[in-house]
Design a protein around this ligand. Structure first.
Ligand code: GLN
Length: 294
């Protein structure tokens, strides 16, 4: 790279990404250059002539090569923001998506309602990954407590580390378990963004997802619904009488997932749309008479 000023480097990275057909080339260029150089958006506007040191240029070149080979920008940075929280990622954690913030929105009013009556709210997050859902809920509801469950040691370590960094470690604990297998006790809320992609579809996913998100966090079995069957069947043993189950689902799975839960005696109480207006979150109750605050 000949001209090594902040403005010139930004332009070159942006052009390289655009030429490679990368979605969001501008944003990715900015995130990488700002991260590697420790600069801000304001710096690139007010001080584009700033010279970048050779080791910064090297770091940018390395990050650009990784992005060009398909690695998602947040994996390169090592973190992603979710519900306003900075969450560190690791190889066995799914990158938290904005759609999943809808799951947090869906659960929060109920968690607050439980806290009003009981003083606390016990949350079980199945397949916690980075801890995103549980930690966002704990951050918003300072009297709640959460248990994050995962089968991956790497994920549990990352979730605990995220909890510690965010100052939420005293209300968050983890259990290594395949879904409910090692779980004891009952919870007010069971929440999950389980793997829900049909096995056959995995090879057709964008390379950013297929090659970099952990397959275990994506693959929901032949019809994508395996984990919903497990949750629907076993939730009752781990839920208080007036508790809820809230799950994220694939864009076309609402009717089937509703049927799976109905068969096990759960009533669909709420459906929430994602940012593209697909049914993305379903909330289930044990009793038809229970009233859920919207
Ligand atoms: N939303 C993710 C995707 O489509 C899938 C996450 C999941 O299976 N829970 O890439």
């Amino acid at each position: 790279m000949a001209d090594q000023t902040l403005g010139a480097i930004l332009r070159q990275v942006r052009a390289a990404f655009a030429q490679a057909g990368i979605d969001g080339a501008d944003l990715d260029a900015r995130l990488i250059v700002e991260h590697c150089s420790g600069t801000t958006r304001t710096d690139s506007i007010t001080d584009p002539g700033r010279e970048l040191a050779p080791q910064i240029i090297d770091a940018i070149e390395m990050a650009v090569a990784r992005r060009l080979s398909g690695e998602p920008v947040h994996r390169i940075l090592g973190f992603r923001e979710f519900y306003g929280l900075k969450l560190h990622l690791s190889p066995e954690t799914l990158e938290p998506r904005p759609d999943t913030e809808t799951l947090v929105d869906a659960v929060l009013p109920f968690a607050e309602q439980v806290i009003e009556t009981k003083g606390t709210c016990r949350i079980l997050d199945l397949g916690t990954g980075t801890g995103a859902i549980a930690l966002a809920l704990l951050h918003e509801a300072p009297k709640a407590e959460a248990v994050g469950v995962d089968i991956s040691d790497d994920a549990l370590e990352t979730a605990n580390e995220n909890a510690r960094r965010l100052g939420l470690g005293n209300r968050f604990s983890t259990v290594k378990s395949s879904w409910f297998e090692k779980i004891e006790g009952r919870f007010d809320v069971i929440v999950s963004n389980p793997p829900y992609i049909r096995s056959q579809v995995i090879p057709t996913l964008q390379r950013e997802v297929r090659d970099f998100d952990p397959i275990r966090a994506l693959d929901g079995g032949a019809d994508g619904l395996d984990t919903y069957r497990v949750i629907a069947t076993e939730a009752d043993r781990h839920l208080v009488a007036d508790g809820i189950v809230a799950v994220e689902i694939g864009f076309d799975q609402a009717a089937e997932v509703e049927k799976i839960f109905a068969k096990e005696g759960h009533f669909l109480a709420q459906k929430h749309l994602d940012l593209e207006k697909y049914d993305r979150i379903l909330v289930f109750l044990r009793s038809k008479n229970q009233v859920l605050r919207p």
